[in-house]
Design a protein around this ligand. Structure first.
Ligand code: GLY
Length: 395
């Protein structure tokens, strides 16, 4: 990579049509799914309704991905000023407030993804008090997952589940901004302290010496000792799951911005350097970074979209100008590839914003499909590129 000045949105004729096409799809999906939620991923290019199960009906607000729907609508409103997007997102905020108050499917660290996008966003954009109180309630639920003496937030499952006890995952970095926001809102340092301790544990253990990351890591819940890394969605325990590495770039950078902690900045840089060194020609990673150019393994476009947002964030925090230019240039290049090679040719060809994502290849779930989170981060990346460094993400 060189350190030439990257092309910015205003000079790039590809951006405006890409934004227009993405907005058309978000608008169409808001009509298709009004009052209900699509599934995590497309099936043959179309999102089905979220299936029924675990006591929930078809299209219900459950799981970790439903907030990417209002998240994309808030970004669409910011980009277009279309009040239909604001109203659709506000209706979702009401349903997320109901979800947390009724205690529906809250046994997860993903409360950060869920409530930053659905409820912190309307508080930030519209001073919506109902959304604010729901987001603080969600932050309180998340705090119940803080395990002592390890000082980590358990990722999945009931806290008494022996399979999940003491386990956290790299994605959890993206759930910390809800706690950072709750600390700012309430003045209660317990939230910020949890962020400090959890992120330090990930910095020291989930990041490997070579800059790659484990997907998940276990701690001893009695002694607090760090035990071992393992994968759940990657190729094998010692491989580097591409989306996890992208969560690392973005998550370490966001938590550095909040704390700040030079070790977290360095962790984000190391995740970025490892990720960028393993990209194939078109800049969109294979689903696991053990695969490189020449492989016919599926790509994960969602990892690319997350990495673009993370690289833009990292570039904005960089203390080294050459690195900042390099990360911005890399983000611009990956985003251009997503626009030209991974977005559907026509906005009605698929109701995903980008094609060719992977949810969970080892379990055969959502392979070579659009994903709700890939769509959200693609739109966030377009917003960052359109508005430039002054654009403020919800995280
Ligand atoms: N946070 C879950 C995933 O990235 O699949």
């Amino acid at each position: 990579m060189t350190s030439t000045t990257p092309t910015r949105a205003t000079e790039d004729p590809a951006i405006a049509p890409a934004v227009a096409q993405a907005l058309a799809t978000v608008r169409r999906n808001a009509v298709t799914f009004a009052g209900s939620y699509p599934d995590d991923t497309t099936r043959a290019g179309r999102y089905p309704l979220r299936p029924a199960g675990d006591g929930f009906g078809v299209g219900a607000n459950r799981g970790w991905t439903t907030s990417f729907v209002p998240g994309a609508q808030w970004v669409a409103w910011e980009l277009s000023g279309d009040d239909g997007m604001r109203d659709a997102a506000l209706a979702h905020a009401r349903d997320f407030a109901r979800r947390v108050r009724e205690g529906d499917d809250l046994e997860t660290h993903d409360l950060g993804f869920l409530y930053s996008l659905s409820c912190v966003a309307p508080w930030r954009l519209l001073d919506d008090e109902d959304a604010r109180s729901a987001a603080i309630l969600a932050a309180d639920h998340l705090m119940r997952r803080l395990l002592e003496p390890a000082g980590i937030i358990q990722a999945w499952g009931d806290l008494s589940d022996p399979q999940q006890r003491g386990r956290t995952i790299i994605d959890s970095l993206m759930n910390m901004p809800l706690l950072t926001w709750a600390a700012e809102q309430t003045g209660d340092d317990r939230y910020a302290d949890a962020v400090r301790r959890h992120t330090a544990q990930l910095r020291d253990h989930i990041l490997r010496p070579d800059g790659s990351t484990f997907h998940t890591f276990y701690w001893d819940t009695e002694t607090g000792a760090a035990l071992r890394g393992a994968t759940e969605q990657g190729a094998h325990d010692d491989s580097c799951w591409a989306r996890g590495q992208a969560w690392g770039i973005y998550g370490f950078a966001l938590n550095h911005r909040a704390l700040p902690d030079a070790g977290l900045l360095e962790a984000s840089r190391r995740c970025a350097d490892y990720f960028l060194d393993r990209l194939p020609e078109d800049g969109v990673p294979f689903w696991d970074l053990v695969y490189t150019d020449g492989s016919d393994a599926p790509r994960d476009s969602s990892a690319a979209a997350i990495a673009v947002c993370g690289l833009f964030e990292l570039a904005g925090l960089e203390t080294d100008a050459a690195r900042a230019a390099r990360y911005t240039e890399a983000a611009d290049g990956i985003l251009t590839s997503l626009i030209t090679l991974y977005a559907p040719g026509q906005s009605d060809e698929s109701d995903a914003l980008i094609l060719h994502g992977v949810y969970d290849l080892p379990k055969g779930v959502g392979v070579d499909e659009g994903t709700l989170w890939g769509d959200y981060f693609y739109l966030e990346a377009l917003a960052r590129r359109t508005a430039g460094p002054s654009w403020r993400p919800v995280w």
